[in-house]
Design a protein around this ligand. Sequence first.
Ligand code: SAM
Length: 764
Amino acid sequence: MGRGRRHRGRSQRNQLEDSKENVRKPLKSDASFDSNIQNRTWSNLDFEEYYKEQRIVKAEEWDSFMDILRKPLPAAFRVNSNGQFCDEIRSILENDFVKSLQAEAIESGELEAIKPLPWYPKNLAWHSNFSRKEIRKNHTLERFHEFLKLETEVGNMTRQEAVSMVPPLFLDVHPDHFVLDMCAAPGSKTFQLLEIIHETSEPGSLPNGMVVANDVDYKRSNLLIHQTKRTCTTNLMVTNNEGQHFPSCNSKRTLSIASEIYHHTIDQLLFDRVLCDVPCSGDGTLRKAPDIWRRWNSGSGNGLHSLQVVLAMRGLSLLKVGGRMIYSTCSMNPIEDEAVVAEILRRCGCSVELVDASDKLPRLIRRPGLKKWKVHDRGGWYRCYKDVPKSQRDGILKSMFPSGRSDKDSTNGGNSYEEMASISSDESAEEVCDLPLERCVRILPHDQNTGGFFIAVLHKVSPLPEIQEKLNQRRNLSTRNRKSSYEAVSDTVVTKSEEGAQEIVLEESSASDNNGLKPPEKESTSKEGIIELAQELDENGKRKVPPVQGKWKGLDPVVFLRDETVIHGIKTFYGIKDESFPLYGHLVTRNSDTSSKGNVKRIYYVSRSVKDVLELNSAVGQKIKIASVGLKMFEKQSARECEANSCSFRITSEGLPVILPYMTKQILHATMVDFKNLLLHKSIKFSDFVIPQFGHKAAELALGYCVVVLDDGTQKLGSEPVKVNSSTIAIGCWKGKASLTVMVTTIDCHQLNQRLSDTKSLNV
Ligand SMILES: C[S@@+](CC[C@H](N)C(=O)[O-])C[C@H]1O[C@@H](n2cnc3c(N)ncnc32)[C@H](O)[C@@H]1O
């Protein structure tokens, strides 16, 4: 059991393989050069000229900087802190692999042992540096590689670039926070955020907070959904809005008739924390994506600057006063980094502060943000905006310069926000920004053998200036049509105006297999499909609750399951009491036909926080485009299985850890020997169990889904809920007429069996 368990179907694996950028290939060592890579170009003169001119490192460091960029990136991975076997895995890394590899390194003088990242808390993140050739030659490395492969496959470990692990650690997330991850796919940082949200939760208890993981790109969101499945969380909503237009769902502002009909407890969606990890040119990832050497030019950074500004501004609008936002990129380019931060500080005036994060993660080597830089395009270098010819001003914006001023601004004195930044006294010299940009965090590859990264921590101290809110809206509108060089942006979905809140679009949409996710399509604009809720009156002249339909074409609607027969059937069969684990109001489906005779196949459980946001979203006319929500907890059994019992839904592997503490029926307690036999043989006749009483108890259960809990001596048998703690091990099984059959994937059975063999402390 535990959060680490999940199924992984073939189609999902194929999707993973099909994915393109930013998604790691499964466990081929990053450090391995195959002949293909060796033949690639590992230089780009424009890149060298650009960064020399920007002085991102001192002249005497230049060679070390360039040398490391041409070396492959060490593989980095994290032990999932919510995984059930987190402590065991860390101990295997520290005591088994580190020691064996160190001994061998001393003997041969060649190998570098795997190492924990010194700045990552609790020794939970590691990196290793070896090639495939070395794996083939060394038995311990081969064993380590297999271990990493298996633990990643079953969800106990995650591959993630070291520097990409930093932003969630700077965000200071608490379990009761509402967190928005604005540009979230493929989801490695979302995974970390969820781990923090769940950090202090006892098994079965749900935190008050939640994460909204948004990404405009449907395919990449699908990867995120797959990746975060392993967290077994009910506190996640995956959305497909454009970040710069992410709705705040202000139900007070929208004159929505729907808000009279839908009950909602929060009246606006504001966040305690926002992670704004924007699309960028990505030259900090050169070591893992050497193709960038060939493609690099200064235009990509310039082309993304304004999108990055509007994304960050929207993030700040959605942030609660007192909240914190991280702006981050994996680019080393000041136009995408400091220039964006300077522009948002100018726009927000005193309402937003740049936080000095130098006391955070003291062992992480970082450099201060730049205070001066220049802008480059095909026409050459510009030191200030007034040098930019009129013909170039479409592409080169004044916000890209350290002062953020045009010539005209400086003669007129600028506006009150822009006065915060000034140009140096010598007008003809290079501009220097006097905002405290040194508080930004630059991570350079040669400092600790990583990729490059940029982070700014922002604190909202008061509401954004009203004028700025209006400007944001105008700028958002104008960027809506502007083409960005980032390919994902070309996929933008046209969103509706505020009036959309009054409309519900009646679009036919059928059930899909992936929590409502289907290929992306535009929000439906079919006129025939739109009905005004005001027209929907019943025979007594009262407004009827509208039929729930999908507003977003291509995505199934999220519908609360209200069917008493289904809910009662589940509660009775599994012995779940409402007061301990409320189902009503927390179950949703992605199919508008929720009658018991209808074709509801999957039922998702949502936390209280997610429920509140869903209700608010209904009230404002479904402005949030929801790709996936909650945790798949129940799945319809096959027709033959259904015949067997009164409840036609079985519990999913990912749902089991959450619901098990509240189940009082369909539970068996097995000794180690019978438990291991089940994992090994998958199906065992009642008469063949080693402990005959176990076989008898199994035979007495109702036909259908049941749970087998490994008995560690602490369980009281009877109708009490199972005493679940972090070391409880349980699997879902099918109780047939004569046998018990395991309903867990082969790889999960294998991994669990191995873990049980390794864990000597368990009672056998
Ligand atoms: C640097 S990646 C994010 C990586 C992610 N935070 C992680 O840790 O796995 C940037 C993401 O922004 C998304 N994106 C691009 N334009 C966007 C927009 N206008 N709104 C929201 N997401 C956008 C891209 O699809 C891409 O997945």
